[in-house]
Ligand binder design. Sequence first.
Ligand SMILES: Nc1nc2c(c(=O)[nH]1)N[C@H]1C(S)=C(S)[C@@H](COP(=O)(O)O)O[C@H]1N2
Ligand SMILES: [Mo]
Length: 319
Amino acid sequence: MLIRRPADIRPSEITSETNYLNRREFIRAGAIAGGSLLAPAALAAVIPEQRRARLDGVAKSPFSTDETPNSYDDITTYNNFYEFGTGKGDPAVYARDFEPRPWTIAVEGHAEKTGIFDFDDFMKPFDLEERIYRLRCVEAWSMVIPWVGVPLADVVKHFLPTSKAKYVAFETLHDPSRMPGQRRRVLDWPYREGLTIAEATNPLTILAVGLYGEVMPNQNGAPIRLVVPWKYGFKSIKSIVRIRFAERRPKTSWNMATPREYGFYANVNPDVDHPRWSQARERRIGAGLFASKQPTLMFNGYGEHVAHLYKGLDLRRNF
Ligand SMILES: Nc1nc2c(c(=O)[nH]1)N[C@H]1C(S)=C(S)[C@@H](COP(=O)(O)O)O[C@H]1N2
Ligand SMILES: [Mo]
């Protein structure tokens, strides 16, 4: 695994990372001294605030692909995050000073447990896993990314949705003072996405809080974003502040912007072209300018886990 200290890390950050480690040791020592039977899982999902800080207690997952991951540089310099500009290189530059703390997540709608949760409290009940997944953008490029996250199914279960909850809707932070791209109306802010409850509870769907074993870089959606590996990247909404259990299908940003081009389902489907270009092949970022494109797989190769979710649905019409 690739671990590097960036040159720009401030001494103050290093100090607070040390404090963080001390706090963890303190918790462990306390647990042992108290004779408590705290399982390691009870200490999981503590997410440090510092940039590039390591995440503790990350389990490996059998759902990971064995394809070679893209480099940390590829993953953090070629991004789509319109809140920080529309160019692929913009998020790395314009999200540099973004502070993803303090951060709260509002959980609302048809569930027994709702409320506004501080990010740290929100994360505490869940166990972290590494999931090496392909991200396939509808712009016909792909990457392999070693995400760290928690199964969304665990999160959904934790909040006890009622039988009225047929969908899960997500929203990104809306704050033009912190997200300069929101000063232009390139999208109807805030960025919105949604899943059916079956998609949200499929074991492949995760809420990611990091990559390469470290906290989530700002440009990839700090502090927490969705990753749905069998769907086009635009479903994987970044920097989430609101999760709503809904009875009706929620509005989603790209579908609102250009419904002819982007559907609600947005399953990776090489047989349904984007109206302006083919979806049959994809360019693997980092493979080099002269590398040939590779064929795109139905459901991004995850069909055995998800094809059953769409039985009886015409995926040419429900794109
Ligand atoms: N809030 C928000 N989430 C977003 C986007 C965005 O512009 N804003 N872009 C989406 C698109 S189109 C893609 S391909 C992925 C890119 O994720 P990455 O930059 O981590 O590779 O994020 C998705 N999530
Ligand atoms: Mo995308």
